[in-house]
Ligand binder design. Structure first.
Ligand SMILES: Nc1nc2c(c(=O)[nH]1)N(C=O)[C@@H](CNc1ccc(C(=O)N[C@@H](CCC(=O)O)C(=O)O)cc1)CN2
Ligand SMILES: Nc1ncnc2c1ncn2[C@@H]1O[C@H](COP(=O)(O)OP(=O)(O)OP(=O)(O)O)[C@@H](O)[C@H]1O
Length: 195
C-alpha cells in the first residue's frame, strides 16, 4: 500500500468514526433538512435521480426518496459486481438483495448511464474544491470515468462536519470532482457553472 493510500485510509476511518458518532436526533433532522433544501432548488427539476441506501452513518437520503416518489420521479440505486457499479431502478415496494457489504440492491435491469440527471453520491469526506473521498472501492470514480453521463450533475450528500479542505492534498488523477454538495445547511456549488 502506498503512503497516499495509507493516509487516505487513515482520514477515511477518522471521518467515518466522526459520522457514526453523530447524535441520532441530529442525524434525522439533517436528513430532513437536506431534503427540504433539495426540493426548493433548481436541481429538483431532475426526473432521474441516483441515490443510495444509508450505511455506516451516511446522511440518510430516505426523506429525499419519499419526496421524489411523491413527485413521480424515477429513482435508482447502486448495484455492484466484479465489473463495477451500475444503477438499477428502485420502486418503494421492491424486494432488495443485500450485496457483499450488506447494503440492499434492487434486481432490475440497469439504466443507461446517460439517462441519469442527478447523482447523489455517498460521501465520507469532501472539500470546498469539489474533492470527494468515498468508501475506498473506487466504484463511483470508475463509473464516472468510463460512462457517458456528462449530463448528470454529481452532488455529494454529506454532513457539514465531513468537510475537510486539506483532503485536496490527497487528490489523485482518477478522482472525479463533484459539482457540489448537499448538506443539512444547504447546497454548495463548486465552480464549473453546474446548475
Ligand atoms: N450506501 C452506500 N452504498 C454504496 C456505496 C456507498 O459508499 N454507500 N458504494 C460506494 O462505492 C458502493 C459500495 N461500496 C462500499 C465499500 C465499502 C464498504 C464497507 O463497509 N467496507 C468495510 C469493509 C468490508 C469488507 O472488507 O468486506 C469497511 O471499510 O469497514 C461498504 C460499501 C455501492 N453502494
Ligand atoms: N478510473 C479508474 N480506473 C481504474 N482504477 C480506479 C479508477 N478510479 C479509482 N480507481 C481505483 O480505485 C481505488 C479506490 O479509489 P478511491 O480511494 O478514490 O475510492 P473512493 O472514491 O473513496 O470509493 P467509492 O467511489 O467506491 O466510494 C484506487 O486505489 C484506484 O486504484
Amino acid at each position: 500500500m502506498s503512503t497516499e493510500d495509507l493516509s487516505r485510509n487513515v482520514r477515511r476511518q477518522r471521518l467515518r468514526e466522526q459520522r457514526r458518532c453523530l447524535d441520532n436526533d441530529y442525524a434525522q433532522a439533517a436528513s430532513l433538512k437536506a431534503a427540504q433544501h433539495l426540493v426548493r432548488d433548481p436541481l429538483w427539476q431532475a426526473q432521474h435521480i441516483a441515490l443510495y441506501l444509508s450505511n455506516d452513518g451516511e446522511l440518510d437520503p430516505s426523506a429525499i426518496a419519499k419526496a421524489a416518489w411523491e413527485a413521480g420521479k424515477h429513482l435508482y440505486l447502486p448495484v455492484i459486481s466484479s465489473s463495477g457499479i451500475q444503477f438499477c431502478p428502485w420502486h418503494v415496494s421492491d424486494a432488495l438483495q443485500p450485496n457483499r457489504y450488506g447494503i440492499g440492491e434492487p434486481q432490475g435491469k440497469p439504466v443507461a448511464p446517460g439517462t441519469l440527471e442527478l447523482l447523489l453520491l455517498p460521501t465520507v469526506g469532501w472539500s470546498a474544491s469539489g474533492f470527494r473521498l468515498g468508501m475506498g472501492g473506487g466504484y463511483y470514480d470508475r463509473f464516472l470515468a468510463s460512462n457517458n453521463c456528462e449530463t448528470a450533475l454529481r452532488f455529494g450528500l454529506a454532513y457539514d462536519c465531513q468537510q475537510d479542505d486539506s483532503l485536496d492534498l490527497l487528490q489523485e488523477s482518477w478522482d472525479q470532482p463533484l459539482h457540489g454538495v448537499l448538506t443539512e445547511s444547504g447546497i454548495k456549488r463548486f465552480g464549473g457553472g453546474a446548475s
